[in-house]
Design a protein around this ligand. Structure first.
Ligand code: PHE
Ligand code: ZN
Length: 866
């Protein structure tokens, strides 16, 4: 941690342009761990090789450990120095063997980077720069080594000892200890190193690869959780088959293990052959996990598995290339999930996620390109931009190349760079070489931040047979990037006839490359309606001259499900933005569109459920020049009430029709869709103000045989003021008080509640005996969820801002990485009125001035003030 003076004076900035290849390579490393939660001894033997002809010493990164000894070629030396925490060892020859011995204290490691303890399990997290907390090493992704790991531990406390690669030997020791050795034949960067020791049970499976090799699969959890691992194991097998079929990628080791731990900074980690997961992305059964959780588990299991090729076999040259593995792997996991159920609904969910987290990031003080140019703390760059915008950019490449050429490109990329540390440029060049398509201008996406705005206006003169589409693009300035260049935007476009609803111009993909372009359509014999950015083919904000009637038309007739959803959303959004701005808004069109969607028997219930939901409060705010959280809340609730009331009979019919008739919980796309529609219908029935709504919700809550129905009933009850609200919260708490993941839901349902007293409730929950900042999931469940509750967080007295800042400061002392990720809501100050803006700035300033602030938090808070 830096003190304030140091950080204010000169935060160290790492720049992409400064990249130089490593001075020393480490082709082999042997690690020996004498594991103990209070004092673990790590002995590392590094076979080092000098790079080109240079005379520089060996420099090994370190952090937070106690150095016990250094040997060079077997002889203890003392001519080493420590520069800060970097161990500098002068070496004369071109190849040496360096042995260091250090001591670390996993049980005192609260930042959850390096070797730490989670509920009695010892585990590691090394990405991005955690390995240096375990041993001295050149902690950068372009140093690839073969690992040989030996560990010993108390056998009673840690009966299971796991590491990367294949197990090679194990045995007993005196004093109740035992040991195990693992070897990973694939050279890897140290961020992919992992070790786990604990009292774990395993759910075993097996997978036969396309070339006929049998892989032993294992999901390791606490014994009590073993029955909750079946879904994850199924998802793993499905992912392995999918990557063979869709990308031709086969698994390469004899074992693949996954371990679930309760304390984890992110979702999961793709360590070679030994993925470590946040338990929320492994554990599921119908009673404790929602459909959403089941989906997320399959997606994260797939994501980490897919990294075996996009990330591990081909890794990143430096951390500026992070999106090379993350954007591509998110793109792959999204396609995988789309293949498991409704692709349309998956696309809607992904775009909603992008708009909720990435668009605001791109429009705010922390905006950065998917390949950033500089950072102070790399942990701060595991962002929605790197991940989700990164995935959209890969998706555009796939659209531009077409399926076959895209696959040829990824084949070439994997082939060319297997076993190496590559760059984003290497990826694009592979696609270019394999397809023959020039991607020169497309490369701008990698360096330019900000969400492009595209305006589209369609002109048609009756009787002319001609229509002209005028497209223009503009990307607003972002911090440090005043002037933007035109991007390549693949826009899938189609024209429908307004009277006949027939196709008047078939779908085509237009590549918008200039600031402005005109496209002429011939043979347009009736007034055309524009369907544009179908499938969300480009991550842009579209502004069109379509009328409410056009949007309603598309909402009823568009044959691209995403475009159909989008038209309805736009119609709702326009209505709500007008109403929040105190303009009279005509709600009739919205209500008619919702009614029509609900009544359309050709539609999938899962799609209907998404399409009839109003846009979120934050997304409405994003459309306004100055966000007015109270007006947005009021108008949105009023529209919800009106839709609820006017269509009450239809909601009740939809609710009844979606009741799973007598059968028990099934996780299938059809059953999921019905549960989703049922929950949306329940929400509208409650919004209508119907007198029996609370009783209906409570009955669902009590009768539910699954968490999806139970949580949706609870959410509905918590939004209202019935006696059933308190009862349900108590029942829920008591029933699940021993299940941390379900208690997280209990906290976040309350933190996200659309209630006047949410701020006070959250402050109270902070003192609840089940609350702790030390567990990242729990911290996110309360503090993270409150931060995205637009109205409660933005209480005009500034209490929400103060609350968040207090918690960030407290959490920063425990776990800077997790704390720094929760700051985004305070950085939106430019989007609010002057009163709120200055209250937010005051809290950011207070954070920046906090003595002993981490470098993670300093970077985020200080940049948020700019
Ligand atoms: N690389 C992980 C993933 O996205 C994320 C992660 C980053 C996990 C840093 C832990 C620490 O799959
Ligand atoms: Zn990833």
């Amino acid at each position: 941690m830096l003190d304030l003076q140091t950080s204010l004076a000169q935060p160290h900035v790492t720049r992409r342009a400064d990249y130089t290849p490593p001075d020393w390579q480490v082709p082999e490393i042997a690690l020996d761990f004498a594991l103990d939660p209070a004092a673990t001894r790590v002995t590392a033997t590094l076979h080092v090789q000098r790079g080109d002809a240079h005379r520089r010493p060996l420099r090994l990164d370190g952090a937070g450990q106690t150095l016990l000894s250094v040997k060079v070629d077997g002889v203890a030396v003392n001519d080493w120095t420590l520069e800060g925490e970097t161990l500098v060892v002068p070496l004369s020859g071109s190849a040496h063997v360096i042995e260091t011995s250090v001591e670390i204290a996993p049980e005192r490691n609260t930042q959850l980077m390096g070797l730490y303890a989670s509920g009695g399990i010892l585990c590691t997290q090394c990405e991005a720069e955690g390995f240096r907390r375990i041993t001295y090493f050149p902690d950068r992704p372009d140093v690839l080594s073969r690992y040989h790991v030996r560990m010993s531990a108390d056998k009673a406390r840690y009966p299971v000892l796991l590491a990367n690669g294949d197990p090679i030997a194990s045995g007993e020791l005196e004093g109740g200890r035992h040991w195990a050795e693992w070897r990973d034949p694939f050279p890897k960067p140290c961020y992919l190193f992992a070790l786990v020791a604990g009292d774990l049970a395993v759910n075993r499976g097996s997978f036969v690869t396309m070339s006929g090799r049998e892989v032993a699969l294992g999901i390791w959890v606490r014994a009590a959780d073993i029955e909750r691992t079946h879904h994850a194991l199924d998802a793993l097998k499905t992912s392995m088959a999918w990557d063979e079929r869709v990308y031709g990628r086969e698994y390469d080791l004899d074992v693949f293990n996954i371990v679930a731990v309760d304390d984890f900074n992110f979702g999961a980690m793709e360590n070679k052959g030994l993925n470590v997961f946040n338990s929320r992305y492994i554990l599921a059964d119908p009673d404790t996990a929602t459909d959403y959780d089941y989906d997320a588990i399959a997606a994260v299991v797939a994501h980490e598995y897919f990294h075996n090729w996009s990330g591990n076999r081909v890794t990143c040259r430096d951390w500026f290339q992070l999106s090379l593995k993350e954007g591509f792997t998110v793109y792959r996991d999204q396609a995988f999930s789309a293949d498991q159920g409704s692709a349309a609904v998956k696309r809607i969910e992904d775009v909603r996620g992008l708009r909720a987290s990435q668009f605001p990031e791109d429009a705010g003080p922390l905006a950065h390109p998917i390949r950033p140019d500089e950072y102070q703390e790399i942990s701060n760059f595991y962002t929605a931009t790197i991940y989700n915008k990164g995935a959209e950019i890969i998706g555009m490449l796939a659209t531009i190349l077409g399926r076959e050429k895209f696959r040829a490109g990824t084949d070439l990329y994997f082939d060319r760079f297997d076993g190496t540390a590559a760059t984003c440029e290497d990826f694009v060049a592979s696609l270019e070489d394999a397809s023959g398509i020039d991607l020169t201008q497309f490369r701008r996406w990698y360096g330019q931040a900000g969400t492009p705005r595209v305006t589209a206006s369609l002109h048609h003169t009756e009787g002319s047979g001609r229509a002209e589409l005028v497209l223009a693009q503009r990307t607003p300035p972002t911090p440090g990037q005043e002037h933007k260049l035109p991007l390549v935007l693949p826009l899938r476009i189609k024209l429908f006839g307004a009277e006949t609803a027939q196709t008047v111009a078939p779908e085509q993909t237009i590549l918008l490359t200039d600031a402005e372009e005109r496209i002429v359509f011939e043979g347009v014999t009736e007034r055309p309606v524009l369907s544009i950015n179908r499938g969300f083919s480009a991550p842009a904000i579209l502004e069109t001259d379509r009328t409410p009637a056009d949007l309603a038309f598309l909402g009823a007739h568009d044959d691209d499900p995403f475009a159909r959803y989008e038209a309805l959303q736009q119609l709702m959004l326009d209505t709500l933005v007008a109403a929040a701005g105190n303009n009279r808004a005509d709600t009739a069109a919205v209500i008619a569109a919702v009614a029509g969607t609900l009544a359309d028997a050709t539609l999938d219930p899962a799609f209907i459920a998404e399409a009839v939901l109003l846009p979120s409060e934050s997304f409405i705010g994003d459309q306004m020049a100055v966000v007015d959280p109270d007006a947005i809340f009021r108008t949105r609730e009023a529209l919800r009430r009106e839709i609820g009331r006017t269509l009450e009979r239809d909601w009740r019919a939809a609710y009844d029709a979606s009741q799973a008739t007598g059968s028990h919980y099934v996780y299938s796309p059809e059953a999921k869709g019905l549960r989703r529609l049922k929950s949306v219908a329940l929400g509208y029935i409650a919004a209508s103000g119907a007198s029996d709504a609370a009783a209906l919700a409570f009955a669902q809550f009590e009768a539910a045989d699954n968490m999806t129905d139970r949580q949706s009933a609870l959410t509905t009850l918590v939004a209202g003021d019935s006696a059933e609200r308190i009862a349900a919260l108590d029942i829920f708490y008591n029933r699940y008080s021993d299940n941390a993941l379900v208690l997280d839901k209990w906290f976040s349902v309350q933190a996200m509640a659309p209630r006047d007293d949410t701020g006070a409730v959250v402050a109270e929950l902070l003192r609840h005996r089940a609350f702790t900042l030390a567990n990242p999931n729990r911290a996110r469940a309360l503090i993270g969820a409150f931060g995205v509750n637009q109205r409660a967080f933005n209480a005009v007295d500034g209490s929400g801002y103060r609350f968040l800042a207090d918690q960030l400061i407290a959490l920063d002392r425990i776990n800077p990485q997790t704390a720094a990720k929760l700051i985004a809501p305070l950085g939106r100050w430019q989007r609010y009125d002057a009163t709120r803006g200055s209250l937010m700035r005051a809290e950011l300033t207070r954070i920046v001035k906090t003595p002993g602030l981490s470098k993670d938090m300093f970077e985020q808070a200080s940049k948020s003030l700019d």
